[in-house]
Design a protein around this ligand. Structure first.
Ligand code: FAD
Length: 551
């Protein structure tokens, strides 16, 4: 290295040091959400470009395998919820992990002189803007996937996939080897990174835990741009932070997911109850048994006429004569939905086991409906509804969903108060309700759950009619959700939100309870500038001009 270049190098190193120092100082502004405070803020000198057009050209000039686009950003400005809309400045379409790392490092390098934040976008199926960023960079995780799904057979089979891979593709590929992930969401057109940032809960979770409990290893790009492989044994703090971590600590670029043998067929059963207490007692009985059903959910039905006849297209009744005499008119009913997995040669023994399990339950006898479908058809069931809704233009409407986790000790009071007085119709969408058994769940992840072994997942999955000011409109449904939340607070039911959404940091602190300090400490360790996942509205990036903004 010649003298001039050596001087240039030293000058550059000094500048880099100064920038990192400034970043650290600015990220510790009092009132910002990290644990660092009481530092003074001095005026930075010789910092990177803060002018928006300079920032844009600096992003444009990054040396990447993929590319950055500044046009066509409108799709990344919304999500499935279709309630929040924030336009990003740019979209990174990464072709490699190093593209993501370079982008993160570049934004760290720009430091607090820019407002840039980064939102990893899986399939954009968040409900309240969690995958959005206002004038920041969206990372289109689906560009990374490149159909690189690697299955490993053996005693503990697993699949290695990109964080942007869709679960449906993983299912299709693993089925070729007679294998399958064990824990699912109800809908499979979601990405691995998106569901692992939350939990991934469905009717298998009482048995296998949520999806975040079925991961052996992750590759993560942290908020500092470091690429880290982590697992239970290696960099375990990052591993557990990221699982259920709402995208706050790093971007999941690869995941190693546990697999088990895949069945060919599913016996799919629905039975009805008119009493909530009998319904929930049976649900709890079934999840406490070893080797009972493989999937268990439930839903509430208000005021439906001709309900069973509607089911007949896909489910056959156990006793047609009795079923035709059953009148659902006007009653509030609770439907227990269970499945048993089987291979054709095991059909007889499966039938016997199923009958025995059903004989222990207290449903209305004439309402036993069942059907047998291929495993993939059962798992991908919501996609069929999606196709129908899309055809009618009803998929891209606002979705004011509310997902709650209600402790077992509160579920009766919750059901009585909410289903009698607050939500008394499901004209706007299904209402799911089913218990899970936390003893099988890993307690080290970032997911916050109620403090009881058994809790219920209650999901109000409403679709709003655009521009309606009536009971099917967005405003009404949002108010209804708020009434449910208020009821839980007033009655002190110790409910936690799943896929949480809050407006203030005080609410986030109360969501996390005594785990808030750890969560904030980890944020500071892995994403000190609070660049990642701004759409969750937990932390705010420090900026020189407006250091503290209320959330
Ligand atoms: P996005 O919406 O794209 O992202 C979600 C969050 O994760 C954002 O904060 C984003 O920044 C972050 N993120 C995305 N990718 C990554 C990554 N690679 N690394 C780090 N952070 C990342 N959930 C359940 O648990 N069970 C269900 O049964 C279920 N059913 C659903 C059915 C439908 C029709 C829909 C729309 C949603 C459902 N969900 C369910 C919720 C769903 O799991 C979450 O909304 C999930 O985040 C969506 O995944 P996505 O790939 O679209 O993520």
């Amino acid at each position: 290295m010649g003298l001039t270049s050596s001087l240039r190098f030293r000058r550059r190193t000094n500048k880099t040091f100064l920038r990192i120092f400034m970043i650290l100082v600015l990220s510790c502004i009092p009132g910002r959400t990290n644990l660092c405070s009481n530092h003074s803020v001095s005026t930075p000198i010789d910092l990177p470009p803060s002018n928006p057009s300079d920032i844009r050209s600096s992003l444009d000039s990054l040396d990447l395998e993929g590319y950055v686009s500044f046009d066509d950003v409108h799709n990344a400005a919304k999500d499935f919820g279709n309630i929040y809309h924030y336009r990003p400045l740019a979209i990174l379409h990464p072709r490699s992990v190093s593209d993501i790392s370079s982008m993160m490092r570049h934004i760290v390098h720009l430091g607090s002189t820019s407002n840039l934040t980064v939102a990893a976008r899986g399939h954009g199926h968040s409900l309240q803007g969690q995958a959005l960023t206002h004038q920041g960079v969206v990372i289109n995780m689906e560009s990374l996937r490149s159909h690189d799904i690697r299955i490993y057979k053996g005693q503990q089979p697993y699949v290695d996939v990109s964080g942007g891979e869709l679960w449906i593709n993983i299912l299709r590929e693993s089925l070729k080897y007679g294998l399958s992930p064990k824990s699912w969401t109800d809908y499979l057109h979601l990405t691995v990174g998106g569901t692992l940032s939350n939990a991934g809960i469905s009717g298998q979770a009482f048995k296998h835990g949520p999806q975040i409990n079925n991961v052996y290893q992750l590759e993560v790009v942290t908020g500092k741009g470091d690429v880290v492989t982590c697992s239970e044994k290696r960099n375990s703090e990052l591993f557990y932070s990221v699982l259920g971590g709402l995208g706050q600590f790093g971007i999941i670029t690869r995941a190693r997911i546990s697999l088990g043998p895949a069945p060919h067929m599913v016996k799919w059963i629905r039975v009805l109850y008119s009493e909530f207490s009998a319904f929930s007692k049976d649900q709890e009985h079934l999840i406490s048994k070893e080797n009972a059903f493989d999937y268990l959910e439930g839903f509430v039905i208000f005021n439906r006429t001709d309900l069973l006849n509607n089911w007949r297209s896909s489910f056959s009744p156990n006793d047609s004569t009795q079923a035709s005499q059953f009148k659902s008119d006007g009653k509030t009913l609770y439907c227990l939905e269970v499945t048993k997995y089987f291979n054709p040669e095991e059909a007889n023994s499966m039938d016997q086991e199923t009958e025995k399990l059903l004989s222990e339950l207290h449903y209305i006898p004439s309402t036993l409906f069942s059907s047998e479908v291929p495993y993939i058809e059962f798992l991908d069931r919501v996609h069929i509804a999606e196709i129908k809704l899309r055809a009618k233009g009803l998929w891209e409407v606002p979705h004011p969903w509310l997902n709650l986790m209600v402790p077992k000790s509160s579920i009766f009071e919750f059901a009585t108060g909410v289903f009698n007085n607050i939500v008394t119709s499901n004209n706007n969408g299904p209402i799911l309700i089913y218990p899970v058994n936390q003893s099988k769940w890993n307690k080290h992840t970032s997911l916050i759950t109620p403090n009881e072994d058994i809790f219920y997942l209650v999901a109000f999955l409403s679709s709003a009619v655009p521009n309606s000011s009536r009971e099917n409109g967005l405003e009404y449904l949002l108010k209804q959700n708020q009434r449910v939340i208020n009821f839980c607070e007033v009655k002190k039911l110790n409910v936690k939100q799943y896929l949480p959404h809050y407006e203030t940091q005080q609410e986030w602190k109360s969501h996390f309870g005594n785990r808030w300090e750890t969560f904030a400490k980890r944020k500071y360790a892995y994403d000190p500038l609070a660049i990642l996942a701004p759409g969750q509205r937990i932390f705010q990036k420090a900026t020189q001009l407006s250091p503290i903004q209320p959330l």
